[in-house]
Design a protein around this ligand. Sequence first.
Ligand SMILES: Nc1ncnc2c1ncn2[C@@H]1O[C@H](COP(=O)(O)OP(=O)(O)OP(=O)(O)O)[C@@H](O)[C@H]1O
Ligand SMILES: [Mg+2]
Length: 285
Amino acid sequence: MSLLRSVKGGARAPLVIAVTSGKGGVGKTLTTVHLAVAAQRLGHSVLILDGDMGMANVDVVLGLQARYNIRDVLDGHVSLQDIIISGPLGIDLIPSGSGISSLTSLTYVQQQQIIDQISTIEKSYDVLLIDTGAGISDTVTHFCKAADKVLVVTTPEPHALTDAYALIKVLAESHDIKRPHLMINQTRSESEGLKTASRISEVAMRFLDVQVSHAGNVPIDPQVPKSVMQRRAASEQSTFTIAGQAWTQVARKLLGSSEPSQRVDAQDFWRCLLWQEPVRAEGAK
Ligand SMILES: Nc1ncnc2c1ncn2[C@@H]1O[C@H](COP(=O)(O)OP(=O)(O)OP(=O)(O)O)[C@@H](O)[C@H]1O
Ligand SMILES: [Mg+2]
């Protein structure tokens, strides 16, 4: 049993982290993949759910080709287990693509079928990472609401910051998510990252009464686009790059600061996602 599971008192529910952003293109997918690599190297088994219906591309970044996705499961062609693909370093992926938005509008019987299938699968994982896609659509906010932790990714660029703040506001005011984590990506210096994070944190505390937790900064690193081009983002080498080391620190922080999951069992994340029921104690995030 891994450290994370024992932290949770033996419950077999994986820690669910939703990686999200206000503005697109700020580095969610790469953050998801690098956090997965880091978590795996720290001894945790990891499943990624590609929840970005507009630009589902975790499979591409992992150097994989998805044959099926959630749509095929909903259409009844294959089981959920059948669509999971194994990536580099033992990271598993549920490719979901355009089917993902349908998850929140299923019939009761369909929901129950998905939940039954999921319960057998997710017991094998310590961490479930979700690349939610950008913005404040229902699919994105549903994922955030159902997750144990929400990681908002932004760059220091003004538009990205404004959109990150707008997302934090919606998550707080409409979905009661009051303790999001924040990662500043593509920073030009550590002080730029720290200043950016404290600006958002101060404004969120002052105007929203939201406590934003700074998960760390990842510098702009020319190795990152190179590794994407070579389809080697999820490799051991990528953890030795400057950005890779920073992502590992972010993973340590997110996994290390694990409060016990509020979810009772492994199915609760999915129940919450599909039914949008409050399954955890208030103020858990
Ligand atoms: N730390 C970094 N250093 C250099 N380039 C980076 C860094 N992080 C991300 N990038 C570059 O930014 C681009 C966008 O990253 P990514 O695809 O992860 O963003 P995204 O938020 O998932 O985008 P979308 O909203 O379209 O899904 C990538 O091509 C990647 O090469
Ligand atoms: Mg993406």
